[in-house]
Design a binder for this molecule. Sequence first.
Ligand SMILES: O=C(O)CCC(=O)c1ccccc1C(=O)O
Ligand SMILES: [Mg+2]
Length: 381
Amino acid sequence: MHSVVIKEVKLHTINVSLKAPFTTSFGTMKDKEVCLVEVIDESGHSGWGETVTSDEPYYNEETTRTAVYMLNDFLVPRLIKKEIKHPRDVHRMLSFVRRNQIAKAALETAVWDVFSKKNEMPLYEVLGGRQKKIAVGKSIGIQSSPDELVSKVGQYVKEGFQKIKVKIAPGADIEYIKKVREAFPDIILMADANSAYTLDDIDHLKQLDQFNLLMIEQPLAHDDIIDHSTLQQNITTPICLDESIHTYEDARKALKLGSCKIINIKIGRVGGLQEAIRIHDLCKEHNVPVWCGGMLETGIGRSHNLHMTTLSNFIIPGDTAPSSHYWNQDIIQEDITMEEGFIQVPAGTGIGSEISAEALNDKLVSTQSIVDDHSVHPIPS
Ligand SMILES: O=C(O)CCC(=O)c1ccccc1C(=O)O
Ligand SMILES: [Mg+2]
């Protein structure tokens, strides 16, 4: 395959508004700035990535502004004008910067896209996935009452979603899940706590075992794998880790400790597609299923998610709902749509989805162009 040399990187900061506010145990999201990373190679192809950040550091420590800062001052200068033989090398090239996984992933995914386009291949093929229809689930934010939640679940089940995920927090958990389960005895149902509990809540969380949940996602601290292991020994509902897994090493240790039985893979959280593939492969070796998490992405991040989900161990429906569930107008030319609970991976080379120049212009806050190593910091070569 042909290598790529990056000639220019554009950091497009845009402002987007969700159709409806989305509430989790750590807060409510409505409007956010995100940065679209456009990587232009010497043959003139553009590859795209997205910072799956928001304005506040409540999911993890990053924000869109910290990501833009890291990209501009450190990450882009490391790659600009360098020959990249394969995008799998980018993760290592960016490893001189500690963490900042979402910033790294936005750049790394854009390189996967441009590399695939230059080589005239769809991204999933470069990743080693097999084209298939992607099974889709729906993540539902915390609602004002159990009845409101039941009505939302009914709506999404009717639309064809193959898995329903309900956000929970103390005060909006057992009663909510109980009502949903009573109304829908047979749906594939799970809960996501976003780190709202501690080990003091073992007895409380044990009550969830009666509802036949597919899993409970990240019940304990965002940085914990020890207490999750204790909790897993005390509940029958499988634990899935989200926030705690930033690297292959985190995943290896969590599996070794028995801290979870399932892993949610988010490209942003693990610093890019290369690390995501490694975690996917590790889980497959251990017979641990994975699924693709969501970060309320625009069509750019969403397309990357769909391509990743073609890998063989993504056997649980992901949080990859269609564009219309998030945006009045997506940033890509053709909305991502769902039919009977499945989404087709966007066809074409790279991620398949093309940016809409009109939508970009409409939402644009500012663009920074980087054409050389302009950094005032020493960047290792
Ligand atoms: O529909 C989606 O994109 C998933 C939404 C979601 O659950 C989520 C959204 C923002 C931050 C964290 C999470 C999460 O999975 O914990
Ligand atoms: Mg989660």
